[in-house]
Ligand binder design. Structure first.
Ligand SMILES: Nc1ncnc2c1ncn2[C@@H]1O[C@H](COP(=O)(O)OP(=O)(O)OP(=O)(O)O)[C@@H](O)[C@H]1O
Length: 260
């Protein structure tokens, strides 16, 4: 994978309030991959995602398409990473389409009322992908929590960055939209983007991801295909559960079943 790696991290460590919460993480991830980042609460998933985007200071090295992350100007970083923070919903009383247009800010679109045709097209694509076109002219503060989550994701997709980092994008969504969002991120990956999704849903991770990164106590405990990284042993050791496994229409089902 390292030959065409789009994003690499070498010996990444993060210390917060005097405690090392990320220890020596190294990884190499390619375009066109949907990567699920899983692990118990407090394992360091958000810290890793923020460090990869340069939003959290770290030791070690990060390279994006061969460039050292630290050498990139902020605007260039903002073009290369679409970042959806955990629990992000918008609380300003803006129109939905204007919130999504904020995703074009790194491309110079500082005024949502004066978008170029390519900015408008990117906003439209992002709204279609997240099924929010019907809300385009409504105030985002007048939407439900799940609807606002989709608007937040649309803003990130509108960046049309080569790397999308999404921290629990399916939290608070109903089952249909959880599947739709994962399918949608799968399509984004298939279009050539590296997508990293933090999720607690091992079933969605197993079904949609090419690669699963398993974090435990600040370290990468496993990485590989869903079958490799979510084996019975790893699931038992890291999550302290057993899982029911099955196949349905040639896709893997993993359902957390009982504590061990
Ligand atoms: N600002 C902070 N100061 C000190 N410690 C922090 C800070 N932010 C996070 N931590 C600690 O860092 C560790 C990793 O946190 P992180 O948010 O990365 O975990 P996570 O895997 O994303 O968890 P969750 O699944 O609960 O969202 C945790 O032990 C957390 O308590």
């Amino acid at each position: 994978m390292s030959d065409q790696a789009l994003l690499t991290a070498s010996n990444l460590s993060v210390t917060l309030s005097g405690r090392e919460v990320l220890h020596d993480v190294s990884l190499s991830l390619s375009a066109r991959h949907l990567v699920a980042l899983v692990g118990p609460n407090g394992a360091g998933k958000t810290t890793l995602l923020r460090a990869l985007a340069g939003l959290q200071s770290s030791t070690g090295a990060i390279h994006v398409a061969g460039d050292t992350l630290a050498s990139l100007p902020l605007r260039e970083r903002a073009k290369r990473f679409g970042y959806l923070p955990q629990g992000h919903v918008v609380h300003w009383p803006l129109d939905v389409k204007d919130v999504v247009a904020l995703g074009r800010y790194p491309h110079g679109a500082t005024d949502p009322a004066r978008l170029t045709s390519s900015d408008k097209a990117a906003v439209e694509r992002a709204m279609q992908a997240t099924d929010i076109v019907a809300f385009a002219d409504r105030r985002v503060t007048e939407l439900s929590g799940g609807e606002r989550s989709r608007v937040a994701l649309a803003r990130v997709l509108a960046v049309e960055a080569p790397i999308v980092l999404a921290d629990e994008p399916t939290a608070s969504l109903d089952p249909r939209y959880q599947i739709d969002v994962m399918k949608n991120l799968r399509d984004v990956a298939n279009s050539g983007v590296l997508v990293i999704v933090v999720t607690h849903d091992l079933g969605l991770a197993a079904r949609f991801a090419d690669t699963v990164l398993v974090m435990s106590e600040g370290r990468l405990a496993a990485q590989g295909s869903p079958q490799q990284a979510l084996s019975d042993d790893i699931v038992a050791n890291v999550f302290r559960i057993s899982a029911y496994r099955a196949e349905h229409r040639n896709e893997t089902i993993i359902l957390p079943w009982a504590g061990v």
